[in-house]
Design a protein around this ligand. Structure first.
Ligand code: 4AD
Ligand code: MG
Length: 464
């Protein structure tokens, strides 16, 4: 094949690395073909960028294969790169040789018309070939790289935390089980399922968060981060919830809640700046076709000082507001998406970090404040999405942790290792989790999480 000899289209039309007059080999898929007696045009895309390269044939009668080349086909085109006389494109390819590699017939679902995102979800195996999903996949990849770049440059160690775990890190019970039992004959002992007999000899789940293991890392390596898939069996049918999503979780030793907020803000701004600077071509596409304000929105976040308010202040603001909410507000209630969005979009008109939440509505591992009622938790809220980051200072005091876990009715015996971290060389430590998929929604302007994940997993949907 011509794997090493091919030129990717991005190298020509985005990076401008190829001078005109050069012979190039293009390998890609046909977006459209227009043929007349005098001339034929083939628009080719190879996934390297959103733009197509136009291949031009001035003697169509010498290329009988043209009759078999339809939208969706894979082709090899060799010829000279020339300056295009046509408007709207700089270059085109004067075809010398044209080969059909893999045909596609009229039933190919991605013909010229624009399809709805709902329809494209049904054909998730073909949607990466559309402009939108090509751009989403490329930006997703670049931003994943930016995540690693940021933490590696700041001295963090990338820690691989387990996917299969025996701990429910959030203590919320929204877990998928992992078992090797034959579900028709589950072993029982004294009226309960006998997990001693299961594959791992204990009850196991898909992880909801790598945080507890990240704490192990931080208490040895100082600064660590995880970046991996997480799973939640919550029956949420919103556009912002997925059952499988990627989370980035930095965990820092010798770090308190306010310092964690500083890191979260710096990191988020870095990621957004990276998108604007390093994905400019795809970002221009999103700005034109998906959300006209998407670039401005990111610039606005980069330039904003994030407002920091306590939960108690947030509740006061909501109670005083004239807006009517579906869920009533009062001290002690969990903030709903409508409340979060009101605060960030209407009140402050910029990102807001809400911190010091009531102990009763937050996870067991958060550090209890001196008032005994609130914990050192923080959520970062951004316009249009609401919560994008959730973090906290962790409870490092053995007795307080034990007390809170008992109050929340959690089994303490399986967390013996977690208590050891409080017994031997404990330090104040903190961290946060950034939802990678929600971040991508924000960056691209795509309004449904199912459309920023290559293979979305949501309730009643696990195709492929
Ligand atoms: O607020 P969460 O539940 O926090 C944790 O899991 C902590 N252990 C993080 C930590 O302190 N290390 O989740 C963190 C973020 C949310 O702010 C949100 O962006 C994303 O993960 N998230 C989801 N994204 C998509 N679908 C879901 N079902 C999500 N649940 C949380
Ligand atoms: Mg949260």
């Amino acid at each position: 094949m011509d794997y090493f000899r091919r030129t990717k289209i991005a190298g020509i039309i985005v990076e401008d690395k190829v001078e005109t007059g050069r012979e190039v080999i293009i390998l890609g898929w046909v977006r459209t073909v227009r043929t007349s007696k005098a001339v034929a045009f083939i628009e080719i895309n190879d996934g390297s960028c959103v733009g197509n390269l136009q291949a031009v044939i001035n003697n169509p009668e010498d290329f009988p294969i043209l009759a078999d080349i339809l939208t969706g086909a894979a082709v090899r085109v060799a010829g000279k790169l020339i300056d295009s006389p046509a408007k709207g494109q700089k270059y085109e390819l004067a075809v010398e040789k044209l080969d059909l590699i893999g045909p596609a017939d009229q039933s190919y679902p991605l013909q010229k018309k624009r399809h709805t995102f709902e329809y494209l979800r049904e054909i998730a195996h073909l949607r990466p070939r559309t402009n939108t999903f090509g751009a989403v996949n490329r930006v997703r990849s670049k931003i994943a790289y930016a995540v690693h770049k940021y933490f590696q440059e700041h001295g963090f160690v990338y820690l691989h935390t387990p996917i299969i775990t025996s701990a429910d890190a959030e203590g919320a019970g929204e877990v998928f089980r992992v078992t090797a039992f034959d579900l028709a004959k589950v072993p029982m002992k004294d009226g309960d399922i006998d997990f001693d007999e299961d594959f791992f000899g204990t009850e196991t789940f898909l992880t909801v968060s790598g945080q507890l293991e990240a704490e192990i890392g931080a208490l040895a390596l100082s600064d660590v981060y995880t970046f991996s898939p997480t799973f939640r069996a919550e029956e949420s049918y919103t556009s912002r919830h997925a059952s499988e999503f990627w989370m980035i979780e930095p965990e820092m030793a010798f770090c308190d809640l306010q310092e964690t907020m500083d890191i979260a803000v710096d990191f988020l701004k870095y990621i957004f700046r990276f998108a604007l600077e390093e994905c400019a071509d795809d970002m221009a596409f999103f700005g034109k076709w998906i959300d006209k304000t998407v670039q401005q929105t990111l610039e606005h976040v980069i330039e904003s000082d994030f407002e920091r308010i306590t939960y108690t202040e947030a509740v006061k603001i909501l109670e005083k507001s004239s807006q009517s909410f579906e869920f009533p507000v009062g001290w002690g209630c969990d903030l709903q998406s409508e409340h979060e969005r009101y605060i960030t979009e209407k009140v402050f008109k910029k990102p807001v970090i809400v911190y010091d939440y009531p102990k009763d509505i937050k996870a067991f591992y958060m550090r209890v404040n001196d008032d005994g009622k609130t914990v050192g938790a923080m959520d970062a809220l951004v316009p249009k999405i609401g919560e994008i980051i959730g973090g906290s200072q962790r409870e490092e005091r053995y007795d307080v942790l034990m007390q809170t876990m008992k109050e929340k009715g959690l089994k303490t015996d399986i967390y013996d290792w977690y208590f050891d971290l409080r017994k031997y060389g404990r330090v104040p430590h903190s961290g946060f989790g950034l939802g990678f998929d929600r971040t991508l929604m924000y960056i691209t302007g795509m309004s449904n999480i199912r459309d920023v994940q290559p293979f979305p997993r949501v309730p009643r949907w696990a195709k492929f």
